[in-house]
Design a protein around this ligand. Structure first.
Ligand code: KG4
Ligand code: ZN
Length: 367
């Protein structure tokens, strides 16, 4: 079934066509340059840009896939979670497309779609026998969400552990800000860390217990706010000092001009990255031990992180599967891919369906 997938939950305006799990086209138009100067995504700007771009992006996706609009047999769209105004643009585009062509449409969950990305094929010749069997552990690591889940089917996920404060991508972005790298900064930290010594600085791991002070079991949970604060304090020490008032020197214009550089900067980035990934893997390994599930499927922007990939590759006893790099961040192919599964099963969304900024399904239920 040829499914057009639409993704506008945040700052990527994306559309793709998938048929039988094969990606026929995948167009991602990023708004990052338009948000970068604000050091984060501005919801109002994001929605307006999606309105301007979605038609052209979807048109490109059809053309790249060698299709006309009448060839499309179904439409899938991210309905939650995300920025409400942005989601609504994609949702209404998808509804209008489906209504005009009288084809089925389905609203899907962005996080389930991230966990589905590893199942997609970029080439017809790709080996599908390497696909993970259910159940597997899902390592969902993005800018807005982080979770370790048990995945029993493409639409059945239970959250075993989650962050109690920042998402892992958010931690990368916040630290990157102190380097003056702009938003989002995960890739810049990843690149800088490759030239540093990850053992040079020791940063704290959060202490989350089976029986937390709140009485909840936090065995697989994690936290990033303490790490972020420790790294920022360390960076402060290597910051270029502001010139004394009246010294005659011009004040530095941007935070980037104050940012540390050289060996310390690279060592701090590498040490931060190692700790950030250690925090994630501690929960993941505990979950693998306790559930006996040894297959891990990653998804989300941080699944592109080279250190995370290298660490999991060397982990004996675990089989880890990552989506191709172009399917880690937000994209329409993952939406079309999971959408095809729902549509083939006969699931349909109502044309009255609305978007929602949050989802209950990805909330952890503490026993
Ligand atoms: O999944 P995604 O594209 O958007 C959300 O759904 O949030 O994830 C974006 C996040 C950002 O925080 C970005 O800095 C991070 O993924 N990211 C990375 C890398 N590439 C993207 N973090 C660490 N290392 C990377 N190579
Ligand atoms: Zn995402």
């Amino acid at each position: 079934m040829k499914v057009l997938g639409i993704e506008t939950s945040c700052d990527e305006c994306a559309a793709a066509v998938v048929e039988n799990g094969l990606v026929l086209s995948n167009v991602v138009s990023t708004q990052i340059p338009f948000h970068a100067k604000y050091q984060g995504v501005v919801p109002e700007i994001a929605s307006r840009m999606h309105i301007q771009w979605i038609y052209g992006v979807a048109d490109r996706a059809l053309k790249d896939g060698g299709l006309k609009s009448q060839d499309v047999e179904g439409v899938a769209v991210t309905a939650h979670p995300g920025l409400l105004g942005s989601l609504l643009v994609g949702l209404h585009f998808a509804k209008a497309f489906a209504w005009a062509r009288d084809i089925p449409y389905i609203g899907v969950d962005h996080l389930l779609a991230h966990l589905y990305a590893a199942r997609l094929r970029l080439k017809e010749t790709e080996d599908t026998t390497a696909y993970p069997e259910y159940p597997f552990l899902g390592l969902l690591v993005s800018g807005g969400h982080s979770a370790i889940c048990r995945v029993d089917d493409f639409d059945r996920v239970s959250v075993l552990g989650t962050t109690i404060d920042d998402a892992v991508g958010e931690a990368f972005d916040k630290v990157a800000k102190f380097y003056g790298f702009g938003y989002p900064g995960g890739v810049a930290i990843d690149t800088l860390a490759q030239t540093g010594d990850s053992g040079a600085f020791k940063f704290p791991m959060p202490n989350l217990y089976k029986k937390g002070k709140d009485g909840k079991d936090h065995s697989y949970d994690f936290s990033y706010s303490g790490l972020k604060t420790a790294v920022v304090h360390q960076l402060e020490q290597f910051r270029v000092k502001k010139p004394e008032a009246g010294s005659g020197a011009p004040p530095p214009e941007t935070p980037a001009s104050l940012a540390p550089s050289g060996k310390e900067a690279a060592d701090i980035a590498a040490s931060f990255q190692k700790t950030a990934i250690d925090i994630l893997l501690r929960g993941l390994f505990r979950a693998a031990d306790d559930t006996g599930i040894t297959t891990v499927v990653a998804g989300g922007g941080v699944a592109a992180n080279s250190y995370l990939r290298a660490r999991l590759a060397e982990e004996k006893g675990l089989r880890t599967i990552f989506p191709p790099l172009e399917l880690c961040g937000d994209n329409g192919a993952m939406v079309a891919g999971i959408g095809e599964r729902y549509l083939l099963r006969g699931d349909r969304s109502a044309l009255s369906e609305t978007a929602s900024a949050r989802v209950k399904a990805f909330r952890k239920h503490y026993p």
